[in-house]
Ligand binder design. Sequence first.
Ligand code: ATP
Length: 382
Amino acid sequence: MNIKDFGKLAAGSISEITPFWGGKHCFDPEPLPPAWEFPTELWPLLNEAVAQLMLLEGVGRSLPNPTILLGPMRDREAILSSRMEGTFATPQQLLLYELEPIEASTESDPRNQFREVANYVKALEHADSSSLPTGLLLIRQMHERLLDGVRGENKEPGRFRRQQVAIGSDARFVPPPPERLTDFLDELDAYLAAEDRRFHPLVVCFLIHYQFETIHPFSDGNGRVGRLLLTHMIKQQCSLTMPWLHMSEYFSRDHGGYCNYLYRVSCSGEWQNWIEYCLQGVVRLAGEAVLRCDRLRRLRDEHFERLSKTRGAVRLHGIVEGLYQTPVVTIASLPEAYQVTYPTAKADVEKLVKLEILSEWPDKHPKTYYAPEIFDIAYEGL
Ligand SMILES: Nc1ncnc2c1ncn2[C@@H]1O[C@H](COP(=O)(O)OP(=O)(O)OP(=O)(O)O)[C@@H](O)[C@H]1O
């Protein structure tokens, strides 16, 4: 860590630590809230971000079935947040792994990565269904789910770190040492539980995201858990009915830029730039999510229109609705989910293929079908 980067306006202090591969200095952040005032020139952007978020909430709430939007958004978040940290799965690999999770046999087996991405989805779902307040216990549970069953050293699911870490192979940033972690985490926990009326709740989420990443409480998974927490906080702090907004898609468009904004807060207290950058992301992503939702809703109407001309439409409706949650099925996966016999499930799939709602995925055994039109909208650009 280049301590010359840290000036008088730094959002914390540099201190000496026991030398390790990343040097002999670390950064101790000041507890939240920062000694910074939200500037009047950011009000129009904040208003626009909140308006876009509320529009997304309205569109989401008006959906006949919220999974139309939530399923694809969760998957996109899991894929992109993991990709930022070098864990890769394509949408196809994620969906097929979820359909049939086969354990990885070695650390280098790519199924390890598919599992981590699938775990990310589970961690999002866990946070959403948990009745725990947003605090350290929930954060540990998210970490536990994220790294559950993943092979590799230093994973320690659900445990705060007991060793020094550094960010980047060049140790560009060194978080506080493990012996001071409890103090920093207790302060963060207290801030999470408090209601800070000095800042808009949406702004509070981004202050906390910075603080969490700067403390870096785990030996692995900090980037992803920080962004899982961010999704959850945006829902909670902004009183959304569902976690509609996920920020990784925005951060991943310029990973270096995102990390630089975080770094500049530490070095020179550049809260304004960080918050402005995040609010711009909210405007952009919420707008994109509204459009995606609109396209999925119109496609759903069109699918139901196609179904209305077919016998057995009521049962097929249920299957098609399920495709908006997960656009991939095997015949064998249907009988239990829809209380039908295997021959009925087979006939249903054949009807959906005829209606061009399902297509067979090439070279898959057992035969696997997916909904190409849903897939293209849900995973566009991934
Ligand atoms: N200068 C910085 N200050 C604070 N946080 C930062 C800084 N630079 C990057 N980060 C955060 O740290 C994350 C990466 O940290 P690191 O490489 O240690 O990941 P990790 O703990 O292995 O987590 P994961 O397994 O999710 O990658 C980034 O995605 C970003 O959220």
